[in-house]
Write a protein that binds this ligand. Structure first.
Ligand code: ADP
Ligand code: MG
Length: 751
């Protein structure tokens, strides 16, 4: 590998900028000179443009640009010993108080002198309230005069002011000083250039060192744009190279070919399918059939609209592998889903799943379930069935990943609802095969192309966009929680559906009233607090007090008292129930004994009860768009149309209501996934592997940089195909080794 070239910028910060600064910086992330150079300003201020002070939020750590309006002078405190200095700063309209305390007047006089009225500068501190006005107590500040004296640069007056994510321990301008120390150290730092020269030329990109100089010390907004363009390309290119390498390394591993066999279990299965496959299912099926027949590991992502019938597609691939003498493992994210897969797959297979049993078909195999909650005996049996090869299909949860699970001949790994599993888990399961097994990953929701190219960049993608014919569809209505008559109508509506033989889900964000919202199992509730923590405050509405969120236990109790639902049994479902209780609740719901199910989002993924026609989502604004779409996908699966009632307390005009309305406005999963993406932060999308300290993605936005990602991907694949070890691009190899976090690096080094 890069060996001796590694770590040109790995000088510990304590050596470069002194221990005290280094310690404060380390708390923010950077530990080495290289990491500091990658710690980019979050924004740029403009000396001529003062920060809007009217919208600062209490308790927020802020950095503002403002002008001193009044200086009250140092005076002794009336009731206590010591002295106080009050200074007022302004943006021209709103004001902010600065308060300094001292034991004696002496130390405060420096502040009094520096903060003359009319002086502008940057001020940083935590906003507090005192007698009705906002203030910063003991703010750290730097006047522009101080800064200019220090760097003797009069022309700096027009330069954008870099504003770094800062903390109480180290102010933004001290970070700027530290960066300048590293950038300007005796000689310019030896920054690696991971972008091939030809790529830079094609895209008119500045070099690695100039880009860092421009991003940290721009003289104009054009400088910032040039730096950002280059750095985004760099991030995209480095990541795409890692993915391309991963992909090519995987393809270099031999895999057992599992060609289709005429007259085998798959053919028998096709013959007994109660419906005809959609054109899309057939098309994807053909692709999978071909890839499984090759002696190279298939690496495919199957994404599809909710309800598009991915399970059948996966099952047919599994049966092809069984026909070729191998086994298939199906990994599901929850017990509920694993159980359901077992039920549907056994039902679809019928006698084909009864090998060795009376009435079992000749080509038959066995299907085994392996989850964490199995009893000891059942578990032993399941382990034996997997290890002996008796079970052609093993369905399970995380328990499948545990060490003592062994397969006789694992030929295919299918991962359902990939968004809940990381790369490490994918690999853990694949490691259970002797060679490299084929891999089919399925996503619960459609994912935007950019995400497919970043998060799943090492996989080939297939898409099922068509729904099986005969689906009546779902109508979605937004119901304001503030209107009791509407809510009453919701319960009546459930009654009507139940009377007509239907089932209704009632989804709540929480299990019980006492439990914290985050505790809700499986609910990745959207965190919609603006993250202005250490930014220059940009304003924003104060968060309104929220009414308590709907909880499963309360709502179930309420519905049991509800007149409109008299005589209707109401079930409950959530992650804290025992496996038996979950099974019982699901069975009672599916069978119609308890046709109303109050649940958390455990039913979000994949649960399939065709009779379900109504879904009420309480506090709908608390869920992300993709999640809402997933939930809604649980209804309208049969011949009867579904109705989804999204109940919300969100105010008209708020972002939350916009989200719910967007959800009600379309059933196009791809559109919703894109909207969802726009509202999430990148870290949520790319997962921990790319969001940590060694993160390689800082400026790249998967929402906006589609073109950059696509260009970088094409170029990276081409490069890796030509030069897999990157011998012609040693700097790129070095950056890859450095910038990927340890876990990922470890992974890449396995090849
Ligand atoms: P998803 O893609 O969301 O995982 P499923 O695989 O659960 O969807 O399929 C949803 C439902 O559609 C299941 O009940 C399945 O049996 C049914 N189904 C699948 N393919 C077809 C088809 N070609 N025609 C009719 N129904 C189908
Ligand atoms: Mg599914």
């Amino acid at each position: 590998m890069a060996g001796d070239r590694r770590g040109r910028l790995s000088t510990p910060l304590s050596k470069a900028v002194g221990p005290k600064t280094a310690e404060a910086l380390e708390k923010l992330g950077p530990r080495t000179t290289g990491e500091l150079l990658r710690y980019y300003p979050r924004r740029y201020g403009d000396r001529g443009k003062l920060t809007d002070l009217a919208h600062l939020r209490l308790d927020e750590h802020v950095t503002v640009i403002a002008r001193v309006a009044k200086n009250g002078g140092v005076r002794p405190m009336r009731n206590r010993n010591g002295a106080i200095l009050n200074v007022t700063i302004t943006d021209g309209r709103a004001e902010l108080q600065l308060t300094f305390f001292g034991k004696r007047t002496g130390p405060l006089q420096g502040h009094e002198k520096r903060l003359r009225p009319g002086t502008t500068g940057m001020f940083t501190g935590t906003v507090s309230a005192y007698r009705g006005s906002r203030q910063l107590t003991h703010p750290d500040y730097e006047t522009f005069e101080d800064l200019d004296d220090e760097f003797e640069a009069v022309q700096k007056i027009d330069w954008p002011v870099p504003i770094y994510p800062a903390s109480a321990a180290i102010a933004s301008w001290r970070i700027a000083t530290a960066v300048r120390t590293v950038l300007g150290a005796q000689q310019a730092p030896d920054v690696p250039e991971p972008l091939p020269a030809a790529y830079r030329e094609t895209h008119h990109l500045v070099g690695a060192l100039p880009a860092l100089q421009l991003v940290h010390e721009p003289h104009s907004t054009t400088d910032i744009a040039r730096a950002h363009l280059r750095l985004r390309h760099e991030e995209a290119f480095v990541l795409q190279t890692a993915l391309a390498q991963r992909r090519s390394a995987m393809l270099a591993q031999p895999a057992t070919a599992r060609p289709a066999r005429a007259g085998g279990i798959r053919d028998a299965f096709d013959a007994r399918l109660p419906f005809t496959l959609t054109a899309g299912q057939r098309e994807v099926g053909d692709v999978l059939e071909d890839e499984l027949a090759r002696p190279l590991p298939m690496q495919r992502l199957l994404q599809g609209e909710v309800g598009s019938g991915k399970t059948v597609v996966a099952l047919r691939a599994m049966l092809q592998v069984v026909d070729a003498g191998g086994q298939a493992a199906l990994l599901a994210p929850t017990e509920v889903l694993a159980q359901q897969h077992l039920r549907t797959i056994t039902a679809l297979l019928g006698p084909l799943a009864e090998a060795g049993m009376l009435g079992g078909a000749e080509e038959a195999t066995r299907v085994t379930l392996l989850t964490g909650s199995l009893g000891a005996t059942a578990r032993r049996k399941a382990l034996a069935a997997a290890a002996s090869g008796e079970a052609g299909i093993v369905i399970g949860t995380h328990a499948l990943l545990s060490e003592n699970v062994q397969f006789a001949d694992l030929g295919l790994v299918v991962i359902d609802e990939q968004h809940r599993f990381g790369v490490e888990q994918r690999d853990a399961l694949r490691a259970k095969a002797d060679g490299t097994p084929h891999l089919l990953v399925m996503t619960a929701t459609p994912i935007p192309r950019t995400v497919a190219m970043t998060s799943f960049g090492d996989l080939e993608t297939s898409t099922l966009s068509e729904l099986p014919a005969g689906r009546a569809g779902v109508e979605t209505v937004v119901v304001p929680a503030s209107k009791p008559a509407w809510i009453q109508r919701v319960w009546q509506r459930i009654r009507e559906e139940v009377d007509a033989g239907g089932r209704a889900y009632v989804v709540c964000p929480r299990i019980s009233a006492t439990e914290a919202e985050q505790g809700t199992e499986d609910a990745d509730l959207l965190d919609d607090l603006p993250d202005t923590g250490d930014l220059v405050a940009t304003g924003g509405e104060p968060a309104p007090a929220r009414p308590a969120l709907a909880a499963v236990e309360d709502v179930a109790a309420l519905l049991r008292q509800e007149r409109a639902l008299e005589g209707v049994t109401v079930g409950e479902m959530h992650g804290r129930l025992s496996t038996e209780a979950k099974d019982a609740a699901m069975a009672a719901f599916a069978g119609g004994a308890a046709p109303v199910l109050v649940s958390t989002t455990v039913i979000e993924v994949g649960v399939d009860v065709p009779e379900a026609t109504v879904m009420v989502i309480l506090d709908a604004d608390r869920f992300g768009l993709s999640q809402l779409h997933q939930l809604r996908g649980r209804i309208g699966r049969g011949a009867k149309p579904g109705v989804c009632l999204a109940v919300t307390t969100a105010e008209p005009g708020s972002r939350a209501i916009e989200r719910v309305e967007a959800f009600a406005g379309t059933t196009d999963g791809f559109r919703l996934a894109e909207l969802d993406l726009e509202q999430r932060r990148e870290g949520d999308i790319l997962g921990a592997a790319q969001a940590g300290r060694g993160s390689s993605l800082r400026l790249l936005r998967v929402t906006k940089d589609l073109d950059i990602i696509a260009d970088a991907r094409a170029a990276a694949r081409e490069l890796v195909a030509r030069d897999p070890a990157l011998t012609t691009e040693p700097d790129l190899a070095e950056v890859l080794a450095e910038s990927l976090d340890e876990e990922t690096a470890e992974y890449l080094q396995r090849f």
